[in-house]
Design a protein around this ligand. Structure first.
Ligand SMILES: NC(=O)c1ccc[n+]([C@@H]2O[C@H](COP(=O)([O-])OP(=O)(O)OC[C@H]3O[C@@H](n4cnc5c(N)ncnc54)[C@H](O)[C@@H]3O)[C@@H](O)[C@H]2O)c1
Ligand SMILES: O=C[C@H](O)CS(=O)(=O)O
Length: 476
């Protein structure tokens, strides 16, 4: 029996005639149908958010209580939410269970931050002629936040948008991706159960070209927060005028394995962090720069570690690598591998595809102009690039248009600090790969990887305005 889901607007569940089919990404059979928003519903959602924001502000403590309850509800409903996500995203159950734990933490962190949204004292009285004045700043919410989210973390990345926005006192209109919209609707159910007043959260489902475009053009939306590809991020930047904007975009994450690295640790870590969710993680390892002196040892150990990964049905709790989001995407990645092979690269390990399932793949003899290296592959494919000089290696790493997170394995402190100062990324992990994130970290990239930071404390900073208040006191 195919389940049906409705839109969430102004505290009500709204059905429409137009339906979106959501596939079980492993079997490719229909899993559910979701009401699709038309112009009318998007308009109602923005109106509801604006009214809630203007007429029904909640106290910071109330926001804390609601968010705290949502974080508990996420854990109480963990198994059902994880299983749903495995169905709609094809993400292995092991990883969807972890994602629910993380989402609960994201919402809890936001709840805590709701109690400490504050400005600061400004010593205007120190300026000549201002002795009778006092000043301070207050943090005020921006108003209506328009949030647009991707398919790969259907709950946690939605939580990273909604929870800080609510913590700061804003109202939200969320457009989740059409590929995995159900997780976001289920999260909205939890907000409703936790007592969020109507209008503060509205979820409209539909394509980017219709719902997304309409949101971009709605002047009642005060700020946009977008996570997705650089291509769509650029569209938002070009079409949202002078509005505030957070962009969390893609990457082709580099990891350096130095000659002074613990090669066993590096190989085990990189095998685990390159292929989780079939490489469809924005900080998945993609480019491995390995020192000539340890290249052979590292390559062999990496392949041994990859052989230990279980590839297959995402519903099996032992599975590490499941299908990609669609067969079309797996074919696209396969065509990039073929293109690289035609230009002289070799497949050192893997390369086989069965439907949407692409086996973990390691490429060698690649060059910087190949798509598998210079673009974001977003698939379980890594490229090994040898180097002999650290300065030259980092220059090569920095040739990428992206700069979200990177990693370096080295036991040499000087080398680690040299990398920290010179690799152009939003975050560098030392003795860890690029794919390390805990949800309280400031998270966001440079260059084509985006603008602004997420992580509840940092998002709240972006989602509030700092207003200066100056008091002109009577002279005594
Ligand atoms: N930096 C980060 O935190 C982060 C996190 C997750 C994913 N990503 C990136 O997201 C990408 C993968 O996700 P995806 O395939 O869902 O991305 P995508 O850019 O295709 O879609 C993201 C969202 O944008 C919407 N959209 C598409 N066209 C639009 C338009 N014209 N106007 C408004 N909205 C539009 C989509 O419907 C979806 O909701 C990768 O590039 C990945 O690196 C980045
Ligand atoms: O896909 C990118 C996400 O930001 C991954 S994670 O939340 O950092 O794990």
């Amino acid at each position: 029996m195919v389940k049906s889901y409705k839109l969430y607007i102004n505290g009500e569940w709204i059905d429409t005639d137009d339906k979106l089919e959501v596939l079980n990404k492993y079997t490719q059979e229909t899993y559910a149908e979701v009401a699709k928003a038309s112009e009318k519903e998007v308009n109602q959602a923005v109106e509801a958010a604006q009214k809630a924001f203007k007429n029904n502000q909640m106290s910071p403590y109330k926001r804390y209580e609601i968010l705290k309850r949502v974080s508990e509800l996420l854990l109480e409903n963990k198994e059902e939410l994880a299983q749903n996500m495995t169905m709609e995203a094809g993400k292995p159950l092991k990883q969807t269970r972890t994602e629910i734990d993380r989402a609960s933490q994201t919402v809890e962190l936001s709840a805590e931050e709701a109690k400490r949204v504050h400005g600061e004292g400004v010593p205007v009285e120190a300026a000549p002629g201002s002795e009778n004045r006092m000043a301070f700043t207050i943090k005020v919410p921006v108003g209506v936040v328009g949030a647009i989210s991707p398919f790969n973390f259907p709950i946690n990345l939605v939580a990273h948008k909604i929870a800080p926005a609510i913590a700061a006192g804003n109202a939200v209109v969320l457009k989740p991706t059409s590929k995995t919209p159900i997780s976001a609707l289920k999260l909205a159910e939890l907000f409703e159960e936790a007592g969020l007043p109507k209008g503060f959260l509205n979820v409209v489902v539909g394509s980017g070209s219709t719902v997304g475009n309409q949101m971009m053009e709605d002047s009642r939306i005060n700020m946009y927060t977008f996570t997705g590809s650089a291509k769509v991020g650029l569209k938002l930047k070009q079409n949202t005028g002078l509005n505030k904007l957070i962009l969390e975009l893609g990457n082709n994450s580099p990891v350096i394995v130095d000659k002074e690295a613990d090669v066993d640790a590096a190989a085990a870590n990189i095998a685990a962090k390159s292929f989780a969710f079939a490489g469809q993680v924005c900080i998945s390892v993609q480019r491995i720069y390995v020192h000539e002196e340890v290249k052979e040892e590292f390559q062999n150990k990496l392949v041994d570690a990859i052989k230990d990964l279980n590839v297959g049905d995402p519903n099996d709790p032992e599975t590490d690598v499941g299908p990609m989001i669609s067969e079309e995407e797996a074919k696209r990645a396969e065509s990039w591998i073929e293109e690289a092979k035609d230009a002289g690269a070799d497949v050192f390990y893997g390369g086989e595809r069965e439907g949407a399932l692409l086996k973990p793949t390691v490429m060698t003899n690649v060059t910087n102009d190949m798509k598998v290296v210079c673009e974001e592959i977003f698939a379980p494919v890594v490229s090994m690039i040898p180097f002999s000089n650290m300065e030259e290696c980092i220059n090569e790493v920095n040739q990428s248009q992206y700069g979200l997170q990177g990693g370096i394995f080295t036991q040499n402190l000087d080398t680690a600090f040299y990398a920290a100062k010179n690799v152009e990324v939003g975050g560098l992990m030392i003795n860890d790969s690029s794919q390390y994130r805990v949800d309280l970290m400031p998270y966001g990239g440079v260059k084509s990887s985006g603008w602004g930071k997420e992580g509840p404390k940092y998002s709240i900073d972006e989602m509030t305005e700092e207003r200066l208040v100056v008091m002109n006191l009577a002279q005594k």
